[in-house]
Design a protein around this ligand. Structure first.
Ligand code: SF4
Length: 208
């Protein structure tokens, strides 16, 4: 890690030491569903949809028995709701059949669940258990390129670069980068004039 990268890591960890996901959840079941639904959808939208979903299906047992059309109807304002409805029901069935009604706590089992890829598993394990995992979504990808942490062309390679550079505190950095990308280093109009890493950013003059 370069001196500059170490300084940025320290700055982000200080500023976002209490960073938490903006998804609303009460347990690991709700958290995993939130994360699945949030793919290509906003956390705000997910938080609007899920109270009704969790009221009707409060656990994997209930969701495993759900009528797919009913679930679709509840989550229909979420992007890709057809696939997501099918996936969360399938996920619940697998958790019932193979995991004794408990959401798995390891990557190997998580990524075998419907709708759960590596990114979802990493976000889940980082949030639920504070495990040292990085996950790269659109915000993390954008700010990592702007701040020069990676030159990767895809999120998986970007994740490898971030893990290699930062090594520890990856779950906190992930959440910090998400919030920073969502509210400060925004895609179209980044708020450079109020950015706390302005002096360390080489992209600020290149973004129109
Ligand atoms: S100075 Fe602007 S482009 Fe650079 S990290 Fe901050 S908000 Fe993003």
């Amino acid at each position: 890690m370069t001196t500059r990268q170490a300084k940025l890591k320290k700055d982000f960890l200080e500023k976002y030491k209490d960073a938490k996901t903006e998804l609303k959840y009460k347990n690991n079941y709700e958290l995993l569903i939130d994360i699945i639904l949030s793919a290509q959808c906003t956390d705000k939208r997910v938080n609007i949809i899920t109270p009704k979903l969790f009221k009707k299906y409060p656990n994997t047992k209930k969701l495993a028995q759900a009528n797919e059309e009913d679930v679709k109807d509840i989550i229909k304002t979420c992007s890709f709701f057809n696939n997501k409805a099918a996936n969360i029901i399938k996920m619940a069935k697998t958790v019932e059949e193979k995991h004794n009604s408990k959401i798995p706590n390891n990557e190997k089992d998580l990524i075998l669940l419907a709708g759960v890829g590596q990114k979802t598993a990493h976000v889940f394990l980082g949030e639920a258990y504070g495990e040292n995992f990085m996950a790269v979504d659109t915000h993390v990808f954008r700010i990592s390129k702007r701040l020069g942490f990676t030159k990767a062309k895809n999120v998986l390679n970007a994740e490898k670069d971030l893990v290699r550079v930062f090594k520890t505190d990856l779950n906190t950095l992930h959440q910090a980068f998400v919030l920073f990308g969502r509210y400060t280093c925004k895609a179209i109009t980044p708020l450079c004039s109020e950015c706390f890493v302005f002096n360390d950013c080489k992209s600020k003059d290149k973004i129109k």
